[in-house]
Ligand binder design. Sequence first.
Ligand code: KIV
Length: 274
Amino acid sequence: MPYGSDVDNALNKPVTIKTLQKMKTNGEKFVVVALYDAPMAGMAQKCGVEAVLVGDSLGMTVLGYESTIPVTMEQMIYHVEAVARGNRKSLIIGDLPFMTYATSTDALKNATRLMQAGAQMIKIEGGQWLAGTVGMLAERGIPVCAHLGLTPQSVNKFGGFRVQGREPEQAEQIAADAHLLAEAGADLLVLECVPSALAERITREVPIPVIGIGAGRDTDAQVLVINDILGLTEHPPKFSKNFLTEAGDIPGAMKKYVADVKAGVFPDEDHIFL
Ligand code: KIV
């Protein structure tokens, strides 16, 4: 057994956007892990992780940058290919890095490259200005995951990695953007670092599955970065949790994360924003 004898939750068939949509409809939580290599991707499918995100967070978690801004298309393609080699069952989402979708032409060209590397959906950060791009990609058969709230590629505009949507006006803007992007054709939505009540409202109102990170426990799914799950982050964010300490080994940590999300036990009060 390559990953330890207690890995026994394996997905029995490939997960698609239809699977995730059905889970939302049935009120069944699904689990996402941001990861970057073939062995972790293989373990995720054995632990029942429905979707893996090859996030541009790899700039910080793997490549040692201070933000995601320096990440290139070549780096994303390299890691998407590795993840796709390791995992044939979880839905693979790939991030388009900073400024690679600033125009619709760039978005189409770069989304195509990521899909050809093995992604089954691309993720882009931003609100209403992206509605046209989302529609254009959707019409051409490229599934899109939108990302709102704390969008790390805009860290310089935000003046740091801060909770978004605490002021009523900003909360309304995030909710309006969520509706607009869903109507434009986005298939999934990530909400990062927003107050739990706002995430609960958006999850209830939009028809597409919502994945939360630092967005409370009422979203349809949770995503965490593998480095945080395994306690590899020197200064972990409040919303993350080290599952390795309790579980004792890496497969156990991933399984515990999956089980706790599905049971609605994670995130708890210590990992949410009000
Ligand atoms: O890049 C990433 O890993 C992400 C998640 C944290 C949502 O965008």
